[in-house]
Design a protein around this ligand. Structure first.
Ligand SMILES: *Cc1c(COP(=O)(O)O)cnc(C)c1O
Length: 396
């Protein structure tokens, strides 16, 4: 859907201060030079396979299928990747690119800490310095991930600005990057920000749908009827959709976090409740207050707790090619418990948003239809918070 450089329809672009233009131009040139370079592709594939444990399995969820009584459900098991989520796919790509560019330091933002841990992991592997910006409120809530990042050798810097959460960590990371351009690569964690990030991160995550397509053709001899994934910034979803965009019979369904409901201010459902705006280097939909300021967002899932969504999703939505539904905290928690008890798989609470949609959709479809749900991550990290949500107290 890329029509003009860095644009998806009217969305995307490069809305950055002048001081960052050189850096994003340098990054774009390097990415264009290496992305099809056989040596780079080979090195990245080796890392993905040998280190991150790809290809990930496409698992037929037989008990869930039988219980829901409709379409056949397959799970794309990104939860089985090293570090427990899809984020490693992107991070290994960017770290390898940074190394080729002669950078010695990886800088990143993190919300729940998952992207920070993945970036710190890659930095350890590549022998690079690593600095992670994280809202101070998130550091308190995610103490275990702060510990892991430091264990992996990263410096974790608290961000006090604004609401001291993810959006403030992104803003801080961008301004700190501008101060250390020659040595540092900004390893952005989702399909957002200024071009080339939305395209580059999508390309690194597109391995998900590339594998999915080959795997479903091998197992079923045909394409799925629907692909469902959760949407924060949108990287696991666009990775799951990408190789099906031209297959018009495949429904593409993104699941946003409704939080306590899209008719309340406590939501993170950007496409369902947001408006067009420009923030963090891109034109896209953002949750905004009545003055057009970025609104504080809320979801039980820290990984979906971002007030924007990547520009390619905005374009897929505007073109009617993909649908975006909102799933509440309650629905996600029910799906979290359901998959655990039914298939013996504890999903990330983010991924549970996608599962909740599959639980609604499957019973309305015939038994010869096929749904693939991307399980973006594993749920060990969420057990204490879900227990709390259910009024149980456990010691971590
Ligand atoms: C970070 C994260 C997400 C949300 O990020 P996207 O860029 O929208 O994919 C979803 N699931 C898990 C497990 C995550 O760690």
């Amino acid at each position: 859907m890329l029509e003009k450089k860095g644009r998806f329809g009217i969305y995307g672009g490069q809305y950055v201060p002048e001081i960052l233009m050189n850096a994003i131009n340098e990054l774009e040139e390097a990415y264009n030079r290496y992305k099809d370079d056989p040596e780079f592709v080979k090195e990245l594939n080796t890392l993905l396979n040998e280190y991150a444990n790809r290809p990930s399995r496409l698992y037929y969820a037989q008990k869930m299928t039988a219980d829901l009584g409709g379409a056949k459900i397959y799970l794309k098991r990104e939860d089985l990747n090293h570090t427990g989520a899809h984020k490693i796919n992107n991070v290994l790509g960017q770290a390898l690119l940074a190394k080729k560019m002669g950078k010695t330091c990886l800088l990143a933002e993190t919300g729940a800490g998952q992207h920070g841990v993945a970036t710190a992991t890659a930095a350890a592997l590549f022998g690079m310095k690593c600095i992670i910006y994280m809202g101070e409120k998130d550091m308190e809530r995610q103490a275990l991930n702060v510990y892991k990042m430091r264990l992996l050798g990263a410096e974790v810097m608290g961000v006090k600005d604004g609401t001291a959460t993810l959006k403030d960590a992104v803003s801080k990371a961008m301004s700190e990057w501008a101060k250390n351009l020659s040595s540092t690569h900004y390893c952005l964690g989702s399909v957002m920000g200024p071009h080339p990030f939305p395209t580059m991160v999508r390309d690194f995550q597109a391995v998900i749908s590339k594998e999915m397509k080959a795997q479903i053709l091998a197992k079923e001899g045909r394409l799925p009827d629907a692909v469902i994934a959760c949407v924060g910034g949108g990287s696991n979803a666009i990775g799951s959709f990408y190789h099906f965009i031209e297959d018009k019979d495949v429904r593409l369904i993104g699941c946003e976090a409704a939080g306590r409901g899209i008719d309340t201010p406590e939501t993170a459902a950007t496409i369902n409740t947001g408006r067009l705006g420009i923030f963090h280097g891109m034109k896209a939909y953002f949750c905004q207050d009545k003055y057009g300021q970025i609104a504080p967002v809320y979801s039980i899932s820290a990984g979906l707790d971002y007030p924007g969504v990547g520009p390619e999703h905005c374009a897929l939505f505007a073109a009617g090619r993909a649908e975006y539904v909102a799933i509440s905290d309650d629905e996600a928690v029910r799906a979290f418990e359901y998959l655990s008890a039914t298939e013996g798989i504890i999903p990330a609470i983010e991924s549970a948003h996608a599962l909740a949609q599959a639980m609604k959709l499957a019973p309305t479809m015939a038994k010869d239809k096929i749904i693939i749900v991307t399980l973006s991550g594993r749920g060990d990290k969420d057990c204490a918070a879900i227990a709390r949500y259910k009024g149980e107290k456990i010691y971590e």
